[in-house]
Design a protein around this ligand. Structure first.
Ligand code: CDP
Ligand code: CDP
Length: 224
């Protein structure tokens, strides 16, 4: 039997992490863990409970009281917060604007990382985020860093919005993505970085299938 490894996929917003991570997990029959959804779930709770997102202690207490479930579903993944299905609402504008402020607090990250490591125990996981290869799973057998131009990433989100029938403005999306890139890469604790041993793939002019194939080649090399 092939050994079940851990695969870390990092990169900025809309680089294609979750799309490709889900595909790879499906092909390998691994568990997909979307760590961004965990930070988004806490942000959603903070906004609905009226918690100040600059108050680290209040966020930590709220997190300790927040049970986040990531469930595989027909459309990829369902996210439940204390039993409530928040899959769609956590992708909305309010959460997207606030999430990087919530995610910069060291105590919040410490608790999230503990949960993420517990989920990955035993291997057979594809985990995506910003600090997976550098911090959450430093011993992951495969580390991938996906990137793409900000124009292409904004274009991808714009197309997704249009397909869902949501209002969308390309320039605003570009600014929002650039702002989040900045906050995520400049924060002090576990910023967005490529791990020295990660393989970087520029997805700007690649299809989802081409990216998945490149990653599968690397995985197959490692698991023999
Ligand atoms: O899907 P998208 O790339 O837009 O974002 P996401 O992966 O859902 O992550 C949302 C936000 O959570 C990021 O912009 C980061 O601020 C934070 N995050 C993080 O700090 N560390 C992670 N491992 C994952 C997400
Ligand atoms: O998880 P992350 O924020 O990095 O990106 P995503 O949520 O997977 O969104 C990426 C979007 O770009 C999806 O609509 C994909 O279909 C599309 N896309 C991609 O993921 N990879 C490519 N190489 C080309 C397009």
């Amino acid at each position: 039997m092939k050994r079940r490894i851990s695969i870390a996929i990092d990169g900025p917003a809309a680089a294609g992490k979750s799309t490709v991570a889900k595909l790879i997990a499906h092909r390998l029959s691994y568990v997909y863990i979307d760590t961004g959804a965990m930070y988004r779930a806490l942000t959603y709770r903070a906004l609905t409970c009226g918690i100040d997102i600059d108050d680290e202690q209040a966020l930590l207490s709220l997190l300790r009281d927040t049970y986040i479930e990531l469930k595989p579903s027909r459309h990829g993944q369902q996210v439940l917060v204390n039993g409530e299905d928040v899959t769609d609402v956590i992708r909305g504008e309010a959460v997207t604007k606030a999430v990087s402020w919530v995610a910069k607090h060291p105590l919040v990250r410490e608790e999230m990382v503990a949960r993420q490591r517990a989920l990955a125990k035993g291997g057979g996981v594809v985990m995506d985020g910003r600090d997976i290869g550098t911090h959450v799973l430093p011993d992951a057998e495969v580390k991938i860093f996906l990137k793409a131009s900000v124009e292409e990433r904004a274009r991808r989100r714009h197309e997704e919005n249009i397909a869902r029938g949501f209002p969308s403005d390309l320039e605003t999306l570009k600014e929002e993505i650039a702002r989040r890139d900045r906050l995520d890469s400049e924060r002090e604790t576990a910023p967005l970085r490529k791990a020295p041993d990660a393989v970087e793939i520029d997805t700007t002019s690649l299809s989802v299938e081409e990216v998945a194939e490149r990653i599968m080649d690397i995985v197959n090399e490692r698991i023999g």
